[in-house]
Design a protein around this ligand. Structure first.
Ligand code: PEP
Ligand code: MN
Length: 346
């Protein structure tokens, strides 16, 4: 439910109305557009009679919002959200580029590639330390050792680090060690995990589930936000369709749809969508043209010998030439690529 306030209502009247709403067990989001002020009612308003608010002298109109997601909903937050991640931001005019190998394999590997990625213009370093693998016999990640290696790569380059969290048991270590927590496609509806990362203030990159609808995806964002963490970034990474010729199908329409439904930033991961390195450029460019706030791209020093997802990884040189194209395309689209971190310049 959204309450449209009459023009000229005083701050104390708004406060008093807010208190009355909160006393009914609801949360309130106060927002404005160029002309009006609004109060968004967040919580279970299904049994509530809009007329109870309509009668208040400061209320112009009460609008029912049928969507089950509220905090993630653009109707409750008309302006685009910009999320700070380390010394960078995602959202707004500048694209954030997250790049790195699927898995962290050794300190030398991750430090070497981090330097190459920074040189090519990436703003964030990715690398899996805990890996969600289809087979229990596949490499599962270097776990906490891998987190330390990512931190070393950050110390050497200044690039903020993004890595996947799969279990609630490591939340504290992640909060201390990483700049952004990735919730992978397979865990998009792990509600306990969503609630736990929601209790932190660490930015969360929420990948779309393998077969998740837009509404299910936004409800997962809502879990994180309802627990207290508004720093959510969506990531379209391809979905399951009847087509088996590619790993997944990149749903490029997800970008404008999410922009319409939500104020949260959205990035595109063309690597996991296509599953083959030759598809990455087309997916990345489409993401930029569709209005994404950034890209996540897998890059490996030696794709043929990568411990996971080698077929979809670009080499550092390929990534560098893609970045040239992305920079030009971003300008054509009235955007730009964010400058890489300047904390350290190794
Ligand atoms: C990944 O980013 O390495 C990954 C496993 O992604 P997804 O959850 O999208 O499959
Ligand atoms: Mn991967």
């Amino acid at each position: 439910m959204i309450i449209v306030l009459k023009q000229g209502v005083t701050a104390s009247a708004i406060k008093e109305l807010t208190n009355r709403i909160e006393s009914q067990g609801l949360a309130v989001s106060h927002f404005t557009d160029i002309k009006r002020e609004f109060l968004g009612l967040i919580g279970d308003t299904t049994g509530m009679d809009p007329h109870q608010w309509q009668a208040s002298p400061e209320v112009e109109q009460v609008i029912r919002v049928a969507d089950p997601y509220k905090r993630a909903n653009r109707k409750f937050h008309p302006q685009n959200s910009i999320v700070s991640v380390g010394d960078q931001t995602i959202g707004g005019d500048r694209l954030g580029i997250i790049a790195g190998p699927c898995s962290v394999e050794s300190e030398e590997q991750i430090v070497t590639i981090a330097k190459q990625l920074k040189q090519a213009g990436a703003n964030f370093l990715r690398g899996g330390a805990f890996k969600p693998r289809t087979s229990p016999y596949s490499f599962q990640g270097l776990e906490l050792e891998g987190l330390k290696m990512l931190q070393t790569a950050k110390a050497e380059t200044g690039l903020p680090i993004v890595t996947e969290l799969m279990s609630t048991k490591w939340v504290d270590q992640f909060v201390e060690s990483v700049d952004m927590i990735q919730i992978g496609a397979r865990n998009m509806q792990n509600f306990d995990l969503l609630k736990e990362v929601g209790r932190t203030q660490t930015p969360v990159l929420l990948k779309r589930g393998l077969s998740a609808t837009y509404k299910e995806w936004l409800m997962s964002a809502e879990y994180i936000m309802a627990a207290g963490n508004d720093n959510v970034i969506l990531c379209e990474r391809g979905i399951r369709t009847f087509e088996t010729g590619t790993r997944n199908t990149l749903d490029i329409q997800a970008v404008p749809v999410m922009k319409e439904l939500s104020h949260l930033p959205i990035i595109v991961d063309p690597s996991h969508a296509g599953g083959m390195s030759y598809l990455v450029e087309a997916g990345a460019k489409s993401g930029v043209v569709a209005g994404a706030d950034g890209l996540m791209i897998e890059v490996h020093n030696d794709p043929a010998n990568a411990w996971s997802d080698g077929e979809q990884c670009l080499t550092p040189d390929e990534f560098s030439s893609l970045m040239e194209k992305i920079r030009s395309l971003a300008i054509f689209e009235g955007r730009s690529v964010a400058e890489a971190s300047t904390i350290l310049t190794n």
